[in-house]
Design a protein around this ligand. Structure first.
Ligand SMILES: Cc1ncc(COP(=O)(O)O)c(C=O)c1O
Length: 377
């Protein structure tokens, strides 16, 4: 594998972000195998590369989009469908998971009769005015402690407000199709899912008792990726989810999920190159040609801790790895155990970098970011 990566890096140049589509397909199938009753909507946010969407579309995935542009990235594959198939796909396989949508977006998506989430009264008014064709999914605030990225401080209605928000939507002439939550991204505290499912099941039952045909339970994302050996297994989580859902919800409930990271994180590898080497206060600083403003942006936005492997062997010591820009914030890691004998032109390998990486790359300081290479697509 190492030789192959070096060959690719020499052929295409660095930084090189290699996306292995066979791994994306494998991740999708693993998800389906372990949670066969849950419809998987890939959260495009994790990596919106068009080829990834294409691969997942071909696999039969559904999609979670947050903006009109993300919607269009999926719509591209439906354009040629017959009208009824196209509308069925949009209704059945796309969810707008952003609880706040601007008025222009709502106006633009009105004709598609979309499924959209909400979590507050003003959003109901806005949807009613600008996109009354939409089906609604109420997002609830649930425990997210212990997740790498916590989301409940920004999104989700308090469970205590849920019924009022559901009633408000129905009274406005809209339909609440279901309930959703997100336990936080890279969730390793599986109790978060159990607690969330309990919260949702109480509200779901209330809706059914009041005569509403609430049908969807959207369990969001958060499915953990094995970044290190301490991460509990997805298979174990899937067992918990399947058994809790079976116990808490009626047979006719439509279970859906919005996995992002799980589908793509392990599918990409980055090869970066040392462009400078300096000893600063006694520590070796490897300056590489990718950084925090580029493929390693997940350090900031995703609270991600990268991993580095050198292609060469040597006596290791604690080194810093820093990015190419003129900003002192552009430090990827100040404590990596790496060989001290690496030279300019040597490569580093970073695995499991497919999610929340190129998705939030900037062009800061005039650096383009990594070249993307697709393999097995
Ligand atoms: C609404 C929503 N759904 C799904 C996801 C995907 O989450 P994850 O990558 O943890 O699976 C996110 C990401 O934060 C999100 O905000």
């Amino acid at each position: 594998m190492k030789e192959n990566l070096v060959k690719l890096a020499k052929k295409y140049g660095t930084p090189l972000f290699i996306i292995d589509h066979s791994k994306i397909r494998e991740n999708f199938r693993t998800f389906k195998k372990n949670l066969p009753k849950v419809q998987a909507y890939y959260a495009v946010k994790a990596n919106s590369n068009q080829e990834i969407i294409k691969t997942l579309f071909k696999e039969g995935s559904s999609f979670d989009v947050a903006s009109y542009n993300e919607f269009m990235q999926v719509y591209k594959y439906l354009k040629h469908f017959q009208k009824s198939d196209k509308y069925f796909f949009i209704w059945d396989k796309i969810i707008f998971s952003n609880t706040i949508k601007d008025r222009h977006t709502l106006k633009k998506i009105k004709k598609y009769k979309p499924l959209v989430t909400y979590d507050n009264a003003d959003e109901v008014k806005k949807i009613k005015e600008y996109c009354p064709t939409a089906g609604l999914v109420l997002r609830l605030k649930v425990p997210d402690s212990g997740s790498q990225v916590e989301l409940s401080s920004k999104f989700g209605a308090e469970p205590g407000e849920a019924w009022d928000l559901i009633k408000l939507a129905f009274d406005s002439g809209l339909t609440v199709e279901g309930l959703s939550f997100h336990v936080g991204s890279q969730c390793t505290n599986f109790d978060n899912y159990s607690s969330a499912l309990h919260i949702v099941s109480d509200i779901f039952q209330t809706c059914r008792k009041k005569g509403y045909n609430t049908r969807i339970v959207d369990i969001g994302g958060g499915f953990p990726v094995p970044y290190d050996s301490g991460v509990p297994k997805f298979e174990q989580l899937a067992e918990i989810i399947a058994s809790e859902c079976g116990r808490l919800f009626p047979e006719d409930t439509e279970l859906i999920a919005e996995p992002g990271r799980f589908m793509v994180a392990t599918a990409a590898t980055l090869v970066s190159e040392i462009i400078g080497k300096a000893r600063r206060d006694g520590k070796i600083f490897y300056h590489i040609n990718d950084g925090v403003y580029h493929t390693f942006s997940g350090i900031v936005f995703d609270h991600w801790q990268p991993n580095f492997k050198a292609f060469k062997r040597g006596k290791t010591e604690v080194c810093a790895v820093v990015g190419p820009t003129c900003d002192s914030f552009d430090k990827i890691s100040v404590s990596e155990q790496l060989p001290g004998n690496l030279q300019i032109g040597d490569f580093f390998l970073t695995k499991n970098i497919g999610a929340y990486s190129t998705a939030s790359t900037t062009k800061f300081n005039g650096f383009d970011g990594a070249r993307i290479l697709h393999v097995n697509n």
